[in-house]
Design a protein around this ligand. Structure first.
Ligand code: AMP
Length: 624
């Protein structure tokens, strides 16, 4: 029985190699490392400055990106060019976010509701992956500057509720930033490691130690709670709950609203005086922070007296904290646990510094909460501890068998779609849904690849599976679920099932057959050396596939609906289609995206006209 061991994955790591831990946050990001001498996890900060790097990017008129603190000032001065909360867009399409589209002050492209979100600044398009990569690059630069050594390997954290697409997007961002992402780990798991849970149980040899942990994470803009089970050093997420639009910012807004009432100022005044609005919001945050220590807050702004007592503060924010407790109740219910079964309640996120948060939470769980680690830093610290384990520096920790290379299938544009990422624990399973590309497609070839490159021909082809007998349907209607299951012996079973008809096919593969440590190492090095080229190639392939699909839909539309076109619209559309086709032939990503936008803008009114006419017909029908 040949197991895939950690030795293969880390064979290329030299002794005591630096692997960093990164908390890629919605509001702030941090980078941390286990100090080689003290063996303690520390966050990296420049002289006297904070460890927090605001997750904000400003693009100047030459498309140069400024990241972090320096970008923050532009949130007010130049909101259309300043990107914040890019993490909320990772792995999302426009349909997912349109309910909250007003939240973003920059331009999010909405023409393709079911395609991955894009952001436009001037004539340049950025994906959330590009933007996250800029933040990661800044963190990498910071670490290299402080540690005075190249930093190429990282563990990055994501919320426990992130789906496959969001995790893959985070991996891609790491790669684009020049980082080999050894593992993506859940933020609550990292926080538990940061609080010293998990690792200790292995070191002390208490392999059977079990703990149930509630991780309460209240940041600036988001809240989540996770219930974890720790068993012999392995974390399992039992349940998660939360509110992606609830956090410390809402405390600040509530204080502002309170002051406006006290001072008899209308909300309209704030809308007209944006600098006053911003200043009073900053005062509110200051008051909130001060009340974590003092009992009263008093200050002045433009001759207005700003007062906030602890009692009023409690009244104002209690309903908001009650909403988080309701989420905790739901998470407990989903985990099927009683409150007395929770061994630890750990505090994560800057807003857990608010006393009332801790009080209400310890009342709910009927035990004191653990707040002994800096709540802003604990996730990054935990990521650094995990990174150190993966680097093989922490010899006391037992490591599980893991997949040495990513496993996935070929999708449109010859792209590799990873289903089980490298360094995943064995046994492991994952599934993803695909659809047909052409009308009446009855077969689907599924090519299984192993490797880290974005274009499949650069990876290892393991096997091909042919799913036959898909009932004829229009393109995009069939639902083919592809699942990968790796058993404890490292054998991979790939199954493909068309969900509407139930037809199914499966194949068994031994991914490690015919591959040795040296080949794995070479494949990893190649993927790092070609990361930039690969990401560019992937972005181009995706733009081309999208462009080609748009051409096909437009053509189909024109075949049936020319009667709705007026004047020289037909010629204009034909011209726009030709330009898009030319851009595709020229392999120019930006041009393809621009020409796709132009064609979309041109054809959108036709679709509206058809809708109007259909409604008109329906109304006429009723009148008769
Ligand atoms: P995070 O997203 O985890 O970085 O949390 C940032 C949030 O924590 C912001 O809303 C801050 O205003 C809040 N915060 C930071 N320090 C304190 C404090 N001492 N008391 C209350 N809230 C704080």
């Amino acid at each position: 029985m040949a197991k895939i061991g950690i030795n293969i994955a880390t064979g290329s790591l030299q002794k005591e190699e630096i692997v960093v831990g990164i908390d890629l946050g919605t509001t702030n990001s941090l980078i941390a490392v286990v100090h080689p001498d003290t063996k303690k996890a520390i966050v990296l900060k420049e002289h006297d400055s904070s460890a927090l790097v605001p997750s904000v990017i400003y693009f100047d008129e030459h498309a140069n990106a400024i990241v972090g603190n320096d970008a923050k000032a532009f949130l007010i001065k130049n909101p259309e060019r300043t990107i914040f909360s890019a993490k909320r867009l990772l792995g999302k399409n426009y349909d997912d976010i349109k309910a909250n589209a007003n939240f973003f002050s920059y331009k999010i492209i909405d023409e393709d509701a079911n395609k991955q979100v894009k952001i436009k600044v001037d004539d340049k398009f950025y994906s959330p992956v590009d933007l996250s990569a800029l933040i990661l690059k800044e963190l990498k630069k910071r670490a290299e500057h402080i540690l005075k050594t190249p930093v190429n390997k990282a563990v990055i954290t994501v919320p426990a509720y992130f789906n496959d697409a969001q995790r893959q997007a985070t991996r891609d961002a790491g790669k684009l930033a020049g980082l080999d992402v050894l593992r993506i780990i859940n933020e609550p798991t990292a926080a538990s490691l940061g609080y010293g849970l998990g690792v200790q149980s292995n070191i002390s040899g208490e392999g059977g130690l079990q703990k149930t942990i509630a991780v309460y994470d209240l940041g600036g803009g988001t809240f989540d709670v996770s219930i974890l089970k720790l068993n012999a050093g392995v974390f399992e997420v039992l349940s998660t709950n939360g509110d992606t639009y609830l956090g410390g910012d809402d405390f600040d807004n509530a204080i502002v609203q309170y002051w406006l009432v006290q001072l008899n100022i209308g909300n309209d005044y704030l809308k007209q005086n944006t600098s006053f609005a911003q200043a009073i919001r900053l005062k509110a945050e200051e008051a909130k922070k001060a009340l974590s220590i003092n009992t009263n807050y008093e200050d002045e702004l433009n001759n207005y007296k700003l007062v906030l007592s602890q009692t009023s503060f409690t009244q104002i924010i209690k309903p908001l904290i009650e909403r988080t407790i309701a989420c905790c109740k739901k998470a407990m219910k989903d985990a099927g646990l009683q409150k007395k079964e929770i061994d630890e309640v750990i505090m994560v996120g800057g807003s857990t510094r608010v006393q009332l948060v801790k009080e209400m939470l310890s009342d709910y769980f009927a035990k004191p909460v653990n707040d002994t680690v800096n709540p802003d830093e604990v996730v990054a610290l935990g990521a650094a501890i995990q990174a150190d384990i993966l680097a093989g520096n922490n010899k006391d920790v037992l490591l599980l068998d893991i997949t040495p290379l990513s496993l996935g299938i070929e999708t449109a544009g010859e792209l590799m779609d990873v289903i089980i990422p490298r360094n995943a624990k064995i046994p492991s399973s994952a599934a993803r849904e695909y659809t047909t590309q052409i009308d009446a497609q009855v077969n689907m070839r599924i090519s299984v690849y192993q490797g880290e490159r974005d274009i499949v021909s650069d990876n290892r082809l393991l096997a091909t599976l042919n799913l036959k007998g898909i009932p004829a349907m229009p393109a995009g209607m069939a639902k083919v679920q592809v699942s990968f299951i790796i058993n404890a012996d490292g054998i991979l079973t790939v199954k493909a099932k068309e969900l509407r008809s139930g037809i199914e096919q499966a194949i068994e593969i031994k991914p490690q057959l015919g591959i040795d440590d040296a080949t794995v190492e070479k494949m990893l090095l190649d993927s790092m050396a070609n990361a930039e080229v690969d990401i560019v190639a992937r972005a181009l392939a995706e733009a081309k596939t999208e462009g080609e699909q748009l051409l096909k839909t437009t053509e189909r539309f024109l075949q049936k609906n020319t009667q709705y076109l007026i004047g020289n619209e037909l010629q204009e559309t034909a011209l726009a289609m030709q330009s898009l086709q030319l851009a595709i032939t020229m392999n120019d990503k930006s041009l393809i995206q621009n020409k796709s936008t132009e064609l979309n803008d041109l054809t959108r009114p036709y679709a509206e006209r058809i809708m109007d006419s259909a409604i008109g017909e329906a109304l006429k029908g009723r009148a008769v």
